[in-house]
Design a protein around this ligand. Structure first.
Ligand code: ZN
Ligand code: ZN
Length: 348
């Protein structure tokens, strides 16, 4: 499996490769510029080329770039939308120069002007970005916790946006576990996880899933509050992450940690937790090589363990099991008005 972290580019892009290597990452995510705005640091062709070479030599692939938070591609205000589009197009080109595979994109906020119109504006911005752009970078729409008037908190919404994009093959999705949980997908239970993945497959399609943001949640289930937390120490919990990380449908998807950190030690701690959870049944791919066919297949041992986990879960259901098993996000007309909190604030 491919496992990495959101890495800082402080000191330059080459520093990011060094940091990722120290953490033994086999994939990574970066911001290409300050996520809160301001001019992007100069990127020379020489630096871009060296960054690409060193990253590949370190076996770090794919590379995902997260778009800046200040964008709002769903904005009903013409000036804001135009500014967002210009910045997004600039970012898309920059990400291509960095030879990244993915540009992770928050779909934005409709600012009270209606979800359908907001989604149409996002699709329009993506169409204008991809039209005529000679680049292989795939745009990944990220699901959200559904705070405030933010869009993208259901699979249906991601499907609607992607459905209005002309070059659909250039748009996939990125799922954030903390956002799924806060938006009301009960991924903390065995059955809830299977239901969520089935729902994703019926709507936008699991084949479109190219990246997972691996975060526990400090906020409660269905709270619509976006607050990332250390793996296994939040409301999603360690057993849920064991199921997620070993789920047969997710075996080939790269995982990126976006957990809180003041020092590298916190990344190391979360990575160690994840590696422990996949340790027994999912051997990691050697650096620079794709996973072996054996690593991709379901071993009998793993199956037996899943059954065990299921029976244990049956005996001791999580607090929210009963309510959450019946819950289904419906796509539109959900209540609004909660304050956006956390790392993934939607821009005004
Ligand atoms: Zn995320
Ligand atoms: Zn994000």
């Amino acid at each position: 499996m491919r496992l990495g972290v959101h890495i800082s580019i402080a000191g330059g892009f080459l520093q990011a490769v060094a940091r990722a290597q120290r953490l033994s990452c086999t994939t990574m995510q970066i911001f290409s510029r300050s996520p809160r705005g301001g001019a992007a640091p100069v990127l020379s062709e020489e630096e871009a080329e060296r960054f690409d070479r060193e990253r590949r030599e370190a076996g770090i692939e794919p590379l995902a770039v997260h778009s800046p938070y200040i964008l709002n591609l769903a904005s009903p205000e013409r000036m804001m939308w135009n500014r967002s589009l210009a910045l997004y197009r600039e970012e898309y080109a920059r990400v291509g120069r960095l030879r990244a595979q993915y540009l992770v994109t928050h779909v934005g906020s409709h600012r009270g002007q209606g979800e359908l119109a907001g989604m149409a504006r996002v699709a329009e911005a993506i169409n204008r970005t991809l039209d005529g752009a000679d680049s292989s970078v795939m745009i990944l729409l990220e699901n959200t916790a559904g705070s405030g008037q933010g869009l993208g908190y259901t699979f249906e919404q991601l499907a609607v946006i992607r459905g209005q994009v002309e070059a659909k093959e250039r748009v996939g999705i990125c799922l954030d576990t903390a956002h799924l949980f806060a938006a009301g997908y009960p991924i903390h239970t065995d059955e809830g996880l299977d239901d969520a993945l089935a729902s994703c497959d019926r709507t936008v399609g699991l084949s479109r899933l190219r990246l997972i943001h691996l975060n526990d949640s400090k906020a409660a289930f269905n709270s619509r509050v976006d607050r990332h937390w250390h793996i296994g120490e939040g409301a999603i919990g360690v057993e849920a992450f064991r199921r997620l990380l070993n789920h047969p449908s997710l075996r080939t998807v790269p995982w990126i940690l976006e957990t809180p950190k003041k020092t590298e030690a916190e990344d190391q701690r979360n990575l160690a937790t994840v590696r422990r959870l996949i340790g027994e049944s999912a051997p990691r791919a050697p650096r620079g090589h794709p996973p072996s066919p054996e690593a991709q297949g379901v071993s009998p041992g793993k199956k037996a363990k899943r059954v065990l986990l299921r029976s244990r879960a049956d005996k001791a259901p999580a607090k929210q099991n009963t309510a959450s098993a019946r819950f289904r996000p419906t796509g539109v007309n959900r209540g609004h008005g909660r304050q956006p909190v956390g790392l993934h604030r939607v821009a005004a």
